[in-house]
Design a protein. Structure first.
Lengths: 296, 429
């Protein structure tokens, strides 16, 4: 009995210290995650014409107004289109690069660093650099002209603006997600490849039947995190196109920003944020299901 | 017991870290050792306030002015987000005059009745009206502005295009200018015409107004969009055509446009008097000045209005801020020191500005005459509406789309219905 209570005391005796160490993280989570989320939910149900007068209850009217606003519906459509293109593209390119740079080839380390480098540059700085590159009289068009190709509109063309944003975001994102996949590749037991090779599996068969299944957890994580991060893309759009031309790059976070800080419509902006959170939660739920199925 | 001692030690350490962290985060704003530091948020070029701050601080050693300069496009959203959170770190900030109503109605500006009294007779009455909302002055006007047409003498001579007249009452027409810009391009100019503030309502408002259109907002409370009329459609169809024909370049933002004229490759440049200083500095372009063009069937119209400075209602140093603001805007010496390359609205400083221009050179003498005439006869103010911020940001987006090729009638219609939806919240107040 005495020994048991001593063990119990030892076990619980560290609790206050443990709690103290946990406190900053718990406080940060409450202040920086929970509070803004609850605040957004509260704001989304209330309205104030000028953004600073006392707010009044409008409830779900806010959402129905927002969901019948063609501008918001356009930004939802553009965000979905952007997501459908950018997520598979980034994951496929990251996977290809990770597989390539995991091979023992000369200069792989340097190439890996070069691909990862854009991650270290703030998104806003990358956007400014790309703005110069994409100018109608900029270096990319200069190069195209030398190759005998007519100058392109890029950010000024309604058909090329979104692909241009996909390029900028992927330039930053591919290196980042590649690092997670390389870490996963390093964990794969080389014996599996040897066994597959003995069974007569070629490069493609080994990639398909060894690499992909062994990497499925990392791929699913990258899929979830990449999807959420692309749902929240803001700085490149705000700096490069501000949602134009003709709303063709008006991703949802740019629309939310516009409502909050140009139109001072905090209620609608908060409702937009809540819709983003709901979409993100739905994606995470589906993808977590995939993770658990993958690990079975 | 030991556990609780450890707990309290850990808690004390955590608290100490927090305090250290906070003290590092202190921006240095406020009062210390009898000195008051005022934070002045603005979007001006570096050096604009150097002279006035140095002179003011010399006369008032207990007040220091700290400038926080943000890019022009970010100023309004920065101020709105910070004052929306009742940030006490901003004491003074620059207000783009047409946005004053929106800021004042939101409670983001301190009423300045005492400064208004001091300004009577010393500051231009028109300018004082632009900072008044519901009979209360909410900022102090610093400058006003107008627009001119610059031309590259060498490029026009090469294309055998006669220089446009500098007579303030006889502006060239946009139609003639378009034809001559094309000719200049045929003779080697890379760009025919560039607007300094491309896609911005400030500089484009005179286009529909020249054709008899309204500034774009009308009706009770100036809250009804009026941007689909024939003058608007005609003006912006012309605007679209100059980019479609390659007379003016796409994909260039307002920060980049003056360099394109200063580089000597652009025939015509529609800009403000402030651009001349940058062109002189580069010395790579020999330019002349003419009045801002008008449409052939229309009348002359020029942009006006400029920056005012207001005081945040959340500032803890309002008296010191008022003292600095009075020196910068009401005092003739202070206003002259703040002139930089802009047109002061303080009457003595305005005269000093015109005299100084005329003394510089013959071209500057012509510029002084054009400025004087335009300010008195052709200026069109931007709408003083509570919905101006929404209006301007939506119009700027529409202009950018039109420049990139969207047909003007459809895009203006789309902007009109977007505006209608956005302004309804003010109409239903």
């Amino acid at each position: 009995m005495t020994t048991r209570s001593a063990a119990k005391r030892r076990r619980w005796g560290d609790l206050p210290v443990a709690l103290t160490f946990l406190l900053p993280a718990a406080l940060a989570a409450a202040l920086l995650r929970l509070w803004p989320m609850l605040r957004a939910l509260w704001d989304s149900l209330r309205s104030t014409p000028l953004g600073v007068e006392p707010t009044h209850w409008v409830g779900l009217d806010q959402f129905s107004r927002l969901l019948s606003d063609p501008q918001f519906l356009n930004s939802l459509k553009i965000t979905v289109l952007f997501g459908i293109v950018v997520n598979p593209l980034q994951i496929l390119v990251s996977l290809a690069l990770a597989t390539l740079f995991n091979e023992r080839i000369r200069g792989a380390g340097l190439m890996r660093t070069l691909v990862f480098l854009p991650v270290a540059i703030p998104q806003s700085v990358s956007a400014v650099i790309w703005a110069v590159a994409f100018r109608p009289d900029g270096p990319i068009n200069g190069l195209l002209q030398r190759l005998g190709i007519a100058p392109q509109g890029f950010l000024t063309s309604p058909n090329q603006a979104l692909p241009s944003i996909v390029l900028v975001v992927s330039w930053i994102g591919v290196g980042y997600w590649m690092m997670f996949l390389i870490a996963g590749l390093k964990e794969i037991d080389p014996v599996l490849y040897e066994a597959a090779a003995l069974d007569g599996a070629g490069r493609w068969a080994r990639f398909r039947h060894v690499t992909v299944p062994q990497l499925s957890r990392q791929i699913t994580f990258v899929l979830v995190a990449d999807t959420i991060s692309n749902l929240l893309v803001f700085a490149p759009v705000n700096i490069l196109t501000n949602g134009g031309p003709n709303g063709r790059t008006d991703l949802i976070m740019n629309d939310v920003f516009d409502r909050a800080y140009n139109q001072a419509d905090i209620g609608a902006a908060a409702a937009g944020t809540v819709i983003v959170v709901v979409i993100a939660l739905a994606i995470v739920l589906v993808q977590f299901r995939l993770i658990s199925r993958g690990s079975d | 017991m030991l556990g609780w001692t450890r707990l309290s030690l850990t808690a004390a350490a955590a608290l100490a870290l927090t305090v250290v962290g906070c003290s590092h985060g202190d921006s240095g704003n406020g009062s210390s050792g009898g000195t008051t530091t005022l934070t002045f948020v603005n979007a001006q070029d570096p050096g604009t306030f150097d002279k006035v701050i140095a002179a003011f601080q010399k006369a008032n050693p207990t007040i220091k002015i700290k400038l926080q300069t943000v890019p022009f496009d970010d100023l309004n959203s920065t101020v709105q987000s910070r004052l929306g959170g009742k940030d006490t770190d901003i004491d003074l900030y620059d207000v783009d005059e047409p946005r004053l109503v929106a800021f004042a109605a939101r409670g983001f500006l301190e009423p300045l009745d005492d400064l208004r009294q001091q300004a009577t007779g010393k500051v231009d009455e028109n300018a004082l009206r632009t900072v008044t909302y519901e009979n209360k002055p909410y900022a102090m006007p610093r400058w006003t502005s107008t627009q001119l047409l610059y031309y590259n003498k060498a490029l026009l001579a090469k294309a055998k295009v006669p220089a446009p007249s500098s007579n303030p009452t006889a502006p060239i027409t946009w139609e003639q200018l378009t034809a001559e810009a094309k000719k200049a391009q045929g003779a080697g100019a890379k760009n025919g015409l560039i607007f300094d503030q491309v896609d911005r309502y400030y500089q484009l408002e005179p286009l529909p107004v020249s054709l008899g259109g309204s500034p774009g907002l009308t009706g009770p409370g100036i809250l009804l969009p009026d941007i689909t009329s024939a003058p608007w459609t005609q003006a912006f169809t012309w605007y679209q055509s100059i980019f479609a024909q390659g007379i003016a370049p796409r994909g260039v933002n307002p920060e980049q446009t003056p360099a394109l004229f200063a580089g000597g490759t652009t025939a015509f440049f529609a800009g403000g008097p402030w651009n001349a200083a940058a062109f002189d500095k580069d010395k790579s372009v020999d330019y002349g000045v003419a009045p801002f063009p008008r449409f052939a069937q229309g009348k002359a119209a020029t942009s006006t209005g400029s920056w005012a400075t207001g005081i945040s209602p959340f500032s803890k140093h309002k008296d010191a801020a008022k003292k600095f603001l009075a020196y910068m805007t009401v005092d003739a010496t202070g206003a002259t020191q703040t002139t930089s390359n802009n047109i002061p609205v303080q009457k003595d400083a305005f005269q000093t500005y015109l005299n100084a221009l005329a003394d510089k050179s013959a071209t500057y003498g012509q510029m002084a005459a054009i400025i004087k005439y335009a300010l008195a006869n052709t200026s069109v103010s931007r709408p003083m509406s509570i919905g101006y911020v929404d209006f301007e940001s939506m119009m700027n987006k529409a202009f950018a789309d039109i420049r990139n090729g969207s047909p003007a009638p459809e895009r203006l219609k789309q902007a009109s219905s977007e505006l209608d939806r956005a302004l309804i919240k003010y109409r239903n107040r």
